[in-house]
Structures are given as structure tokens and as C-alpha cells.
Design a protein. Structure first.
Length: 184
């Protein structure tokens, strides 16, 4: 009798482990179709699949609401043309994803860092970095993010991401970077 009960319990456990819910099937089908990651479903934020799940919801992704989640699933930086603080279409698209993410996590605050390439005087580059960070902040405010959640800071040319001295390096250094502030 004990052997029969043990065999029955084992069969039930195996059946339970093999079953899947309709949500599991959606996740599997979407992942197999390439629906996760930066190219998520149409009309959804980057990293979101058709079931509304973030790629970080699955094993191995960054924890939701972290700087890593923000960088991987949204994009933390926008780039500018030479001597400009005007947002191009690509920058606006990235900032739209940032706004959606920030609205999803209303307790999070950010610092928007403005950067410039090495050309120009130190004073000019600080002012240009400030204008770039402010342009990003203003667009996020227009998209519904509360201004009190964002600080603006300019590093000018002091923190280049690429130390080179050519157009490719300078293009990477003309940027505004949104950084998630640590929560105490």
C-alpha cells in the first residue's frame, strides 16, 4: 500500500512539473519569436513582450527598477550634433522610452548628466553640457515626468566615454546620460 501511494504521488509530481499555464505558453512563444529584448512587441517599450512582461522578469535579466534594467531595456543616453543641444528623432525616441520607464517607477529619481567633446573652452563645454542635460529633462517633463524627480548636472568635457581625438570619439562624447539615483 505504501509503495502504491508513493508511486501515485510520484506520478502526480511529474505531471505537475510538466504542466504549463497559458501565460507560460505566451512567454515561451514570444521569446521564441524574438519578442523580448530591445526589439519588443510593436507599440511596447523596449524589453517588453506581448504579454506586457519585461525581459528582466525572466531568469537572467537585470532586476526591475535598477540602473542595469534602465540601461539594458530602455537606453540611458542620447547623442547630439556638434555644438548643439537640439534633440534629434533618435534622442526623442530614447527619451520617450525613458519617460515610460520612469512613470512605471514613480519612486525613482534620476540625474541627467550633460557632456561635451574636448573642442571648445572649458566654460563653453560646461554650459553646452548643461543645455544638453536640460533639453533631455525638458522633454521628459513634457512627457509627464515630474521635474522634482530629475537633477541636471554638466561635466562638460571632463568625463569622455571615448578618449580619442577624432570625430568618432567626439560623437560618443556629445551626450546626455540619465543615471538612476540610489535609493536610501
Amino acid at each position: 500500500m505504501i509503495k502504491t501511494f508513493a508511486a501515485f504521488a510520484t506520478v502526480l509530481l511529474l505531471l505537475g512539473a510538466c504542466s504549463s499555464s497559458p501565460e507560460d505558453d505566451i512567454i515561451s512563444d514570444t521569446a521564441a519569436a524574438g519578442g523580448l529584448g530591445a526589439g519588443g512587441g510593436a507599440g511596447l517599450g523596449a524589453g517588453t513582450d506581448q504579454a506586457g512582461l519585461n525581459s528582466s522578469d525572466l531568469a537572467g535579466g537585470p532586476p526591475p527598477g535598477t540602473q542595469e534594467d534602465f540601461e539594458v531595456n530602455v537606453g540611458d543616453r542620447v547623442y547630439f550634433d556638434l555644438d548643439s543641444s537640439t534633440l534629434n528623432d533618435e534622442a526623442r525616441t530614447t527619451l520617450e522610452r525613458q519617460a515610460a520607464w520612469l512613470l512605471q517607477y514613480p519612486e525613482i529619481t534620476v540625474t541627467i548628466e550633460g557632456h561635451a567633446d574636448e573642442r571648445g573652452t572649458g566654460e563653453y563645454n560646461i554650459a553646452l553640457g548643461e543645455r544638453r542635460a536640460s533639453a533631455a529633462k525638458d522633454y521628459l517633463v513634457a512627457l509627464g515626468v515630474q521635474p522634482s524627480r530629475m537633477l541636471v548636472f554638466s561635466y562638460g568635457e571632463e568625463r569622455p566615454v571615448d578618449p580619442g581625438h577624432d570625430e568618432a570619439a567626439w560623437a560618443q562624447n556629445r551626450r546626455a546620460v540619465t543615471v538612476v539615483n540610489l535609493v536610501n
